[in-house]
Ligand binder design. Sequence first.
Ligand SMILES: [Zn+2]
Length: 298
Amino acid sequence: MQGSRGWVRVVSSNRIADTARQHPAALRRLEQQAARDAAQPLAQALTDAQKAATRQWLHATERQALPSPSALDRYITAVKQLLAEAFRGKGKLAADTIRIAAFNSAQTSARQASALAAMMSGTPTPPVRPVIGPEAAATADAVPAAVEDEHQRALALLTTTSVTALGFAGITGVFNRARRAVTRIARHAAVAVTSAAAHAAAAVARAIGPTTRLLWVAEPGACPACGAYAGRSITVDRRFPAALSLNPRRTVFATAPTGPPLHPSCRCWTIPYSPTWPVDGTPLPALLRRAARAERRA
Ligand SMILES: [Zn+2]
């Protein structure tokens, strides 16, 4: 009879584990692309602004180490202007790029989670419209303020006193400080991509049914904390236990997570799971746990 175990080909847990453990690499690619795309406009604008600032410095200091006091004030005003132009609109632009990347992540993760659930359960997964979820949205929304914060911190270094004391090195320091905004954009991109993936997988699990669990799939080579969550499962909207770690003396995160990311640059994800699904071989949680522990030793 169709649908019975004798008739339908049952998938092996090895195959599910292998497929599920490949997804973090896809997330990593999405995340790196997002970080580049989101940060590039500001990175380029800061490079151009720094070139202009260097040119103006050379012009103002032709025969001396420092510009004259009045020329120095004019110079500092000009550099502030260059920075303002470089930063203008870049936070918003980066936030938009990160939202798009998060949506791509939600889409591919929902598709992959649906496919895996269908393979395991032997029945098609109800369609789910992927959304990025509140955490990814909040992460993207926080980008303009984070970028502006770095802008202000760079400006705080741009004073008559510091430039008088440090000379051109003071200007270099200001631009180096400003570039931290680029790093922060990249970090937000990473969190948004992974959060969206987890949110999408949870939506798929919820669509399958209220008893469907979410099973933690650690990124191959994950940190000791993430390794300890591998193979753990919860029902949707519950939390995983707090502070698990394969090496509690080194890596512990105190809060009970609803899912990945456990930390910045975590590419773990979760997949829908039910112990009642007819999967062949070693139970999937044990397989995932074993894989995470084996990599830990390697
Ligand atoms: Zn992780």
